[in-house]
Design a protein around this ligand. Structure first.
Ligand code: ZXY
Ligand code: CA
Length: 512
């Protein structure tokens, strides 16, 4: 009995750090701004067959409709109510998505916007995605309901009620972020409304939450609403399973608030990861891939079992936000594929792959003035469906990085090498590096301006392997480069610096 209780305690204690993905599925994908109906289809036709563990979805709750500029992506970060009713779909479509994705073992992670409601200049009326009435000037949101008592105005000490100094932890938590009406999370009523919203989602079957703008909430207030959450739905998850929590805290160092302040509540986004990896792979400031030998905690990152990692996210892929210009995105496909490949091969952190839409970038004085543009949409503002071309790429300006062969095959690579140690590091003291994952997988990069030609210890059993970057194993043949691993585990690699993708990855499930 005592041992049983200890096990239960350990389970509860570690629970919110566990992504709840099915065993052997080790990554999630952010299907930014996708409609629920399209996500349901993607789970069934693509994500489950290719070993994706889950999907981070855009905020599912009702938001303000902004028409100047026209329907920006960030309108979804200005809540009006907790009704499941957005450009992505209504509650019926949401339930259908969760059920169908869960039934194929691909779980749903909700982007929870609970620090604030809409901006103070949002006006009054029913210009919201479900038509709920609100009055931003009076802080009235009757569809929740919230009223003036539920906001932080009294607590904030700045002259205009806005966050003015990111080094003052009281301002950052208690004042308005870019005029967004700041919820009084110290109140049990507000905590209960947030928990009720999240429990509604848990009841439908979601597996966890990204918590938006966590830096702007006190960790203790967050703990109070998180402690009110139910266990996950037992139709799909084990008895007693807790929701996976990953908190968005942009901490690149140099601010008063640290990512580590939030470890009590769950995992935290490691924004240093993409910012630094971009700098290395772009070879800025004399950085080189050799330096990646101690990637992870050795670079000053948070502990691996607390980190949620990604190359780019919906915010910093727009050239602003954390990391700025060093962030690699689909706009730089050759370097981007290498960065995502490195992330998925390396054991550090829990990995999230970005899946974007294309917009018309327009730089003025080094800034993309179109960084606000929302998803591909029709003239009435409705979001366009994700069409699939005969060659499996996406149409209607959906980029679908997660469907790029190199990225999808590295998601599978990570599943194959799950739990294996980081082994057999090699580098040329410049930008050619290689490493293995025990006796399951091996990857080689050439980011130098000259060819790579090396015999390396792979750690793999002897045999002929199919490179999953230039192609893949199909039946008993290989559509890409073949690599011979000898009886001693060594193999010869040749990678031209002008190759379309200057890296090679092999694993035991792609052995011929
Ligand atoms: N927006 C434009 C116009 C309005 C929205 C902008 O120039 N904002 C000021 C700089 C970005 O600051 C924001 C941050 O988080 C948000 C924001 C936001 C979270 C929200 C809604 C928001 O504006 O409007 O739910 C933010 C917070 C930080 C930090 C950096 C940025 O270190 O602690 C934006 C919107 C950005 O650029 C945005 C929206 C949602 C996100 C996010 C960024 O989850 O990470
Ligand atoms: Ca706040």
């Amino acid at each position: 009995m005592r041992i049983f209780l200890l096990l239960v305690a350990a389970e509860l204690c570690w629970a919110q750090y566990n992504p709840n993905t099915k065993s052997g599925r080790t990554s999630i994908v952010h299907l930014f701004e996708w409609r629920w109906a399209d996500i349901a289809l993607e789970c069934e036709r693509y994500l489950a067959p290719n070993g994706f563990g889950g999907v981070q979805i855009s905020p599912p709750n009702e938001n303000i409709v902004i028409t100047n500029p026209w329907r920006p992506w960030w309108e979804r970060y200005q809540p009006i109510s907790y009704k499941l009713c957005t450009r992505s779909g209504n509650e019926d479509e949401f339930r259908d998505m969760v059920t169908r994705c869960n039934n194929v073992g691909v779980y749903i992670y909700v982007d929870a916007v609970v620090n604030h409601m809409c901006g103070s200049a949002g006006g009054a009326g029913t210009h919201s995605t479900c038509g709920s009435y609100f009055n931003a000037g009076n802080e009235e949101f009757p569809a929740v309901p919230y009223s003036g008592w539920d906001f932080n105005d009294g607590k904030c000490k700045t002259s205009n009620g806005e966050i003015q100094d990111y080094n003052d932890i009281y301002q950052v938590r208690d004042c308005r972020l870019v005029s967004l009406l700041d919820l009084a999370l110290e109140k049990d009523y507000v905590r209960s409304k947030i928990a009720e919203y999240m429990n509604h989602l848990i009841g439908i079957g979601v597996a966890g939450f990204r918590i938006d703008a966590s830096k702007h909430m006190w960790p203790g207030d967050m703990k109070a609403f998180l402690d009110k959450l139910n266990n996950l739905h037992t139709k799909w998850f084990p008895e007693g399973a807790r929701p996976f929590i990953f908190q968005e805290v942009i901490d690149l160092g140099g601010e008063a608030i640290k990512a580590s302040d939030y470890f009590v509540n769950g995992r935290v986004t490691e924004f240093k990861y993409g910012a630094k990896l971009g700098t290395v792979i772009r070879r800025w400031n004399g950085e080189k891939m050799t330096y990646l030998k101690n990637w992870g905690e050795g670079w000053g990152f948070m502990p691996s079992d607390r980190a949620l990692v990604f190359v780019d996210n919906h915010d910093n892929q727009r050239g602003h936000g954390a990391g700025g210009a060093s962030i690699l995105t689909f706009w730089d496909p050759r370097l981007y594929k290498m960065a995502v490949g490195f992330m998925l091969a390396h054991p550090y952190g829990f990995t999230r792959v970005m899946s974007s839409y294309r917009w018309s970038r327009w730089f003025e004085n080094g800034k993309d003035v179109n960084d606000w543009i929302g998803p591909p949409s029709n003239s009435d503002g409705s979001t366009k469906t994700v069409t699939i071309n005969p060659d499996t790429t996406c149409g209607n300006d959906w980029v679908c990085e997660h469907r790029w062969r190199q990225i999808r095959n590295m998601v599978i690579f990570r599943n194959v090498v799950d739990g294996q140690a980081f082994t057999n590091w090699w580098d040329n003291n410049s930008n050619q590096v290689a490493f293995g994952r025990g006796n399951k997988g091996f990857i080689v990069f050439n980011n130098d301006d000259w060819n790579l030609s090396e015999t390396l210890q792979t750690g793999l059993p002897a045999g002929t392997y199919c490179d999953v970057i230039s192609g893949q194993k199909e039946g008993n043949s290989c559509t890409g480069i073949q690599i011979q691993v000898n009886g001693d585990g060594r193999a010869y690699f040749q990678i031209s610096n002008s190759a379309e993708d200057p890296f090679v990855a092999i694993h035991v499930n792609a052995k011929l």
